[in-house]
Design a protein around this ligand. Structure first.
Ligand code: MNI
Length: 476
């Protein structure tokens, strides 16, 4: 018997599929993102990594249960190059106007681990259900400090399903006060923007920190949809981006749509964000993907498989249209994930990565935590997810890459326009090639091999001027 969530899943899934089909009748949206984050050499960065980690949400020190050895294991098993690292407002600004530099030192130490291994870091100001202060035990929500949590005495009843806390009057009021929908707390958004400025002041110029994800899965309380997204959410993003640019001109600013709806394949009403920096804007769109029909209990199989496929297709179209409307900004799928013991789970994971590859999107899996969603068991034993995450991908591309595909055992890069700059300037591109499929590296059609690093499994290559595709085939 379907519970309320199951009925909602079918309703939303069907709505998304119908909506997606109708949208397809409109003028076709972009086939891929128009731009990428860039490294200090101006190469397109392809983000491929994990959210690290949910365990940070409730930790007293705000740090994930994660060590340098864990990072070495992650690279050895998956070849990732990116991390969405969870930080929290409660730890950045434990008291109004006081910024905890000891906490930022702890964050900087972990950033150093990634930097030492050539990773790129996105700092994610993470919240779920606003704050740990919504329940007396502090164990339900996370993110905002207690002093920024104003529930005005309204109730928060306990629930078995954590999502239902979003419907509790006290939680809704905490969000309404933050967004100043109540008119009672205009100061909170200013504090939020200044907290981000304190973080940016610390990491400006750090070559490993390439992006700031301004707010995890924002929720509008009594304001929903375009009224929220095009209203207080866009305003907060603009206020925060401006505060960051006071101290940091170059790190990308990533913005998310509201989670409710967009995660499930519905469109966003988020407005464009202006970038005060000199030169090209550095704003990125970083949505999440969680098809509701996945929760019907069949995973990615049976009747839910078609609904989930329709959701993924609609989500990709919505994402690329939103990124285009924001000015052709880069796209990183900031979260997707599932319980990989579900039927068809790895087929779903493969579908999402293939969809992102074909759309020129980075991907950050949720999450690095051990357990049935993650890459490792609690004792560190690799899980089935490892085989789905380790895949060939371009890490850094010197040239107008638009997308890439893995087909017939080959990695094919698709380029938009003349790649003369990459070839002429001699800037080297890099691709990660898993050992099982590329035991002796790769040969390049459309470019030249520069070096095969068998230890790191990274192929360095140049791209021929004028090439429109580069095909990397396993070396003999
Ligand atoms: C009702 N609202 C506002 C809502 C419902 C469900 C999610 C969600 O599943 N999110 C997906 C995952 N993302 C977080 C971490 O960012 C995880 O805890 C969720 O599983 C979000 C918001």
């Amino acid at each position: 018997m379907l519970g309320p969530r199951g009925v909602l899943a079918i309703a939303v899934g069907a709505l998304v599929v119908v909506g997606g089909a109708a949208a397809a009748l409109r003028t076709p949206g972009p086939a891929s993102a128009s731009s990428f984050l860039q490294d200090d050499d101006g190469r397109a960065i392809v983000a491929n990594g994990f959210n690290t980690a949910s365990s940070a949400k409730s930790a007293r020190d705000g740090m994930p249960q994660f060590t340098e050895d864990d990072l070495d294991a992650e690279y050895a098993d998956t070849g990732t190059d990116f991390v969405r690292f969870l930080i929290s407002w409660r730890k950045v600004e434990p008291q109004p106007g006081e910024y905890d530099q000891d906490y930022l030192d702890d964050v900087a130490e972990r950033v150093g681990w990634y930097a030492d291994r050539g990773y790129h870091v996105m700092l994610d100001m993470h919240q779920d259900l606003w704050s740990g202060a919504i329940t007396p035990d502090g164990g339900t929500g996370n993110g905002a400090p207690e002093w920024a949590t104003h529930m005005d005495g309204l109730q928060v009843q306990d629930h078995d399903m954590w999502e239902l806390y979003y419907l509790e009057p006290g939680v809704i009021r905490a969000f309404d006060n933050f967004w100043n929908t109540t008119g009672a707390h205009p100061e909170l958004a200013e504090h939020y923007a200044k907290a981000w400025r304190a973080v940016a002041e610390r990491f400006a110029g750090d070559p490993a920190v390439v992006a700031y994800d301004l707010m995890n899965e924002p929720y509008g309380g009594t304001l929903q949809g375009p009224a929220f997204e095009a209203g207080p959410l866009t305003s907060l993003y603009q206020l925060t981006a401006d505060a960051i640019r006071d101290v940091d001109a170059d790190t990308w600013v990533c913005v998310e749509p509201q989670a409710l709806g967009f995660n499930w394949g519905l469109p966003t009403g988020l407005g464009p964000i202006d970038d005060a920096r000199d030169g090209d804007p550095r704003i990125a769109f970083c949505p999440h993907l969680y098809p509701l029909p996945m929760d019907l209990g069949d995973g990615f199989s049976g009747s839910s498989r078609d609904l989930v496929e329709g959701t993924v297709s609609a989500w990709a179209s919505n994402t690329l249209r939103a990124a285009e409307a924001m000015g052709g900004v880069p796209v990183i799928l900031g979260e997707f994930g599932l319980d990989t013991t579900l039927p068809g789970a790895l087929d779903y994971v493969d579908l999402v990565y293939r969809t992102a590859d074909a759309a020129g999107m980075g991907v950050v899996y949720w999450s690095r935590d051990p357990g049935s969603w993650g890459p490792y068991e609690p004792d560190g034993t690799p899980r089935n997810l490892i085989g789905a995450v380790e895949r060939p991908y371009p890490r850094a591309v010197s040239g107008p890459v638009s997308s890439w595909t893995v087909q017939d055992g080959r990695l094919v890069l698709h380029l938009d326009g003349d790649s003369g700059e990459g070839g002429d300037s001699g800037l080297v591109s890099e691709a990660y090639l898993p050992a099982d499929r590329f035991p002796r590296g790769g040969v390049v059609d459309g470019g030249e091999v520069v070096e095969w690093d068998a230890g790191a499994r990274v192929l360095a290559f140049t791209i021929d001027p004028g090439a429109r595709t580069v095909t990397i085939t396993p070396a003999g």
